[in-house]
Design a protein around this ligand. Structure first.
Ligand code: 5GP
Ligand code: MN
Length: 319
């Protein structure tokens, strides 16, 4: 899975894990980095290795593996420090992903489908199309539901096709209790995180109505003051999109070692291209990210310049 895994990265990977172990395969899930604690409830999450903390053990597994399934990322550099180990391993690498422009040359096999809502949906298709619907147990259901639900913004993004609803209907028919998954993912945060969000919306958000754009920039001191942990900032970038007329929302967070950027858009503005062009990143048409080693003030001014350059595309508002 990609670094700093989200619900879909962790959910799709653990979903596949719970499928493969039923065939007595020896399976280990490795995350390139740590992850948000709100993912810990997922069945078998406690067995996932954090590559940064357990590098030696992970490298051994990566070298000796027959197969490595790469889920929810398109290019190996999305696995941060794991990239070299993956490149050096002679194992058969298989891609399952829904991001644009996959690095096809490093994978022996793969499915890359940008029309899919989530990698979790692709794991579901993979199991069904292989004829193993009977293997879908409660552990798989929970993981795949979490992946599809988080990557579709709770089933609201345009990627939420009828196939997604049919998959969810199937999981419910199999006995999945979905409301506890929503509670586990959304009602498990600290008081500090909510106060942090209050501060961000009050003091760290700028709106540029002329460009239908909103920008949130968060200095590192805010993260320290409110004891912000991995995952606490997830979803923050979406808040400004609730303002009427806002077409692009951006967030720039000073994480110390780098400035991490996220971009979201509504309608016809392509943030994948935007992130690629200006912030060394990528993602999807309406949700993308990037990063920079420059100081946050510089990243903010670079963003404003990029926004001005895209005025024509941003100020027309067509859906
Ligand atoms: P988020 O903003 O939630 O971190 O990521 C949104 C989307 O953009 C995700 O699909 C993610 O995979 C992609 N993305 C985020 N950061 C980067 C990045 O630095 N490089 C690339 N290529 N994609 C990114
Ligand atoms: Mn995904």
């Amino acid at each position: 899975m990609h670094q700093k895994p989200d619900g879909d990265a962790m959910g799709s990977t653990l979903g596949l894990y719970h499928f493969l172990i039923q065939f007595n395969h020896i399976v280990t899930v490795i995350s390139p980095t740590n992850w948000a604690s709100f993912l810990n409830w997922m069945p078998a999450c406690s067995t996932v290795l954090d590559y940064e903390k357990e590098t030696t053990a992970s490298n051994l597994l990566i070298n000796e593996a027959d197969w490595i399934f790469c889920l929810d990322f398109n290019t190996l550099n999305r696995t941060k420090n794991m990239e070299q180990a993956l490149l050096q391993s002679s194992s058969t690498k298989i891609l399952l992903d829904h991001h644009q422009q996959p690095q096809t040359e490093v994978f022996a096999y793969g499915l890359s489908d940008t029309s899919k809502s989530s990698t979790a949906e692709m794991v579901y298709d993979f199991i069904i199309n292989a004829g193993f619907q009977d293997k879908i147990n409660d552990d798989i259901s929970k993981c795949l539901y979490a992946g599809a639900m988080t990557d579709t913004g709770s089933f609201r993004f345009p990627s939420t096709s009828s196939a997604v609803h049919l998959m969810i209907a199937d999981l419910l028919k199999r006995g999945l209790k979905q409301s506890s998954i929503h509670e586990n993912l959304f009602d498990n945060f600290s008081e500090n995180r909510l106060r942090f969000i209050g501060n961000v919306l009050l003091n760290r958000m700028q709106i540029f109505y002329e460009y239908n754009t909103a920008l949130i920039s968060i200095p590192q001191q805010d993260l320290i003051k409110y004891e912000i942990k991995t995952g606490d900032t997830e979803g923050l970038v979406n808040y400004p999109l609730s303002i009427e007329g806002i077409k692009m929302a951006a967030i720039i967070i000073d994480r110390g070692e780098e400035r991490k950027c996220s971009f979201r858009s509504k309608g016809d503005f392509d943030v994948n291209t935007f992130a690629r062009k200006y912030f060394n990143g990528g993602g999807h048409f309406n949700a993308a990210g990037g990063s920079s080693r420059d100081a946050i003030e510089l990243v903010v001014s670079k963003f404003k310049e990029a926004m001005i350059e895209n005025k024509k595309e941003l100020c027309t508002y067509q859906f």
